[in-house]
Design a protein around this ligand. Structure first.
Ligand code: 0O2
Ligand code: 0O2
Length: 217
């Protein structure tokens, strides 16, 4: 039994806070070096206690096994502009010394029946506590802005309908998932041009010769 939930969740809260800083730091480094940043923004949360208990019940996980069997108590979400950026971020995380990837689920190549797309990583992450080091699982979901838009709306509708969507909503969500996929495809195709424009605009208007050329195009 988990007697003190605050105590139990403390390492997860610490991990989420540390990882938000670290992942946002990657974005900052790209920006400072005037490179295209593969990370648009980062959010994070610790799963609320009632959600942990509901999931544990649904999966028949006894309370003393939650720590081992529930790998998304600490969750980070990384949003990217382009699908290619997702793979860059995954590569970067795989090489880090402070994160050990133990599981990868590619719901981009293999989208879920709902239409959900994202790349999921489960990492082992060491948290330094006053009692010593504790290694915990953290789930990192990496997705494009378009995938995030769809998933956010679908998640709130799911909450409203408790997973029992009227058939009209299911059909519309399928259409929306296809539209989100097409949007990513189109954006990837014009990626080169978008990047060129972003690069020029981040380099002092007027001063940059290439910016003038761009305007004269
Ligand atoms: P900025 O300059 O606002 O972008 P915190 O712990 O307070 O730092 P928290 O509570 O996790 O952050 O906030 P949340 O809601 O998870 O959002 C984290 C970051 O993501 C914030 O940026 C939000 O502005 C940004 N964000 C949330 N939704 C969107 C979105 O749809 N588009 C974009 N581009 N950004 C979004 P920062 O780091 O506070 O800085
Ligand atoms: P939260 O905190 O509400 O996001 P599971 O989906 O949990 O049965 P598994 O194998 O444990 O399956 O994990 P999976 O599918 O790799 O990742 C689960 C998380 O992915 C979910 O967390 C969602 O955040 C997200 N996800 C998976 N499928 C969908 C989907 O169809 N729609 C949306 N919107 N999100 C999805 P939770 O458990 O919902 O927690």
């Amino acid at each position: 039994m988990i007697e003190d939930w605050n105590q139990f969740l403390m390492p997860y809260e610490q991990a989420v806070n540390e990882l938000k800083v670290k992942l946002r730091g990657i974005r900052k480094q790209f920006q400072e070096s005037n490179q295209h940043t593969s990370i648009e923004f980062v959010t994070g949360r610790v799963k609320p206690i009632d959600s942990i208990l509901t999931k544990a019940k649904a999966r028949n996980i006894p309370e003393d096994r939650i720590e081992i069997e529930m790998q998304d108590i600490a969750g980070l979400r990384i949003m990217c502009q382009f699908v290619d950026d997702i793979h860059e971020v995954v590569k970067m995380i795989r090489t880090r010394k402070d994160m050990n990837v133990v599981q990868e689920r590619d719901y981009i190549t293999n989208k879920k029946p709902s239409g959900y797309r994202s790349y999921h990583l489960v990492i082992e992450y060491p948290v330094q506590l006053i009692t010593g080091e504790k290694i915990i699982f953290v789930e990192i979901q990496i997705r494009t802005l378009s995938m995030n838009f769809w998933a956010t709306i679908e998640h709130s509708l799911n909450y409203k309908y408790q997973g029992e969507f009227p058939s009209e909503i299911t059909r519309r969500l399928e259409n929306a998932a296809e539209a989100a996929y097409q949007l990513d495809e189109e954006m990837s195709k014009i990626r080169e041009e978008i990047q060129e424009a972003q690069h020029l605009f981040s380099h002092g208007k007027g001063k940059d010769e290439r910016f003038q050329k761009y305007l004269n195009k």
